[in-house]
Design a protein around this ligand. Structure first.
Ligand code: THU
Length: 305
């Protein structure tokens, strides 16, 4: 097993060791690094914060910390530097120890909830992220970040943990996240607060709230704030949106229906008034006979990421 799993919390997660071993193996195999391993420590949020402060001078909680055994660089990751990898051989372990990863269990749990997937998947993802750091991958600039993301996705797909396979947000979960977003609305003129939560095809969720302006026409609807957040993070295909209004049931306005139609085949629209439950219906019922990208011969992007 290319992994040493340390538990620094009371809780245990069944099957995690086996899962993380497969994640590590997938990352090392994709990089072409043989006989390698790493340590994964499941720790409390406080321990991670202390380590972050002591080792990196950053006094903040975080989800995962990586401590590489050797310094590789994005331009020369471990696979391109086998001599350096060989020097990491640890006879007591019987493999080349690429370094240590420390994961905050509390943060992993929060993020799992936010993404609507299991805790094991989130820890698996954080382990892949860290394994790649240990091999010299980084996300300091857009090019390196894209290379790292692509490796993460390939590793997760290899162990059948890709988001598409696992994501299953219920209407209630999406609605609850929309309610959470509603509380952040900036609506001093209408006093009508709106929250939205968009579910992307890859399982990620994006929240938004309405943002008004003293120049009234500059107001942004919650739905379009969520779409803006999502598209700028690389998500382009949505399967559902939940919308909640503070004063009445907030079905998306006409402009938002048109914007949602741009990025979905026929997404599910979940809609309610805060404190009064919700209803759901397909976007095509809210925007029948719509005009969309296909009218202009543009189709591929709808099914993009
Ligand atoms: N609003 C939304 O956020 N979404 C809609 O679909 C309808 C309207 C906001 C815009 C404005 O801040 C307030 O509700 C009143 O129109």
């Amino acid at each position: 097993m290319p992994l040493e799993l340390q538990w620094a919390v009371d809780e245990r997660i069944d099957g995690l060791e086996e899962l993380l071993s497969r994640v590590c193996e997938a990352c090392f195999a994709l990089e072409g690094v043989e006989n390698a391993g790493m340590t994964v420590r499941i720790a409390s949020a406080e321990e991670v914060r202390t380590l972050n402060r002591e080792m990196r001078n950053i006094d903040r909680e975080t989800d995962v910390l990586s401590f590489p055994g050797a310094s590789f660089r994005p331009a020369r990751t471990a696979g391109k530097d086998p001599a350096r990898v060989r020097r990491l051989y640890d006879p007591s372990l019987g493999w080349r120890n690429l370094g240590d990863c420390v994961i905050s269990l509390a943060r992993a749990r929060e993020q799992a909830r936010e993404y609507g997937h299991s805790l094991a998947r989130e820890i698996g993802y954080l382990t892949a992220h860290s394994a790649l750091h240990l091999m010299g991958y980084d996300h300091e600039n857009p090019r390196d970040r894209a290379a790292m993301r692509a490796m993460e996705e390939r590793a997760m797909a290899l162990v059948s943990l890709s988001r598409t396979e696992e994501s299953s947000m219920t209407d209630q979960q999406l609605y609850d996240l929309a309610c959470e977003a509603m509380h952040k609305a900036y609506a001093p003129y209408s006093n009508f607060k709106v929250g939205a939560c968009l579910l992307a095809g890859d399982g990620r969720v994006f929240q938004g709230c309405n943002i008004e302006n003293a120049s009234y026409g500059a107001a942004l609807c919650a739905e379009r704030v969520a779409v803006g957040r999502a598209v700028s993070e690389g998500a382009r295909s949505f399967t559902a949106i939940a919308v909640v209004g503070s004063g009445s049931q907030a079905w998306p306005c006409g402009i938002c229906r048109q914007v949602l139609n741009e990025f979905s085949d026929n997404m599910r629209v979940i809609c309610g008034q805060y404190g009064h439950g919700f209803e759901a219906m397909p976007l095509a019922e809210l925007l029948p006979r719509s005009f969309g990208p296909e009218n202009l011969g543009v189709q591929e992007d709808k099914h993009g990421k």
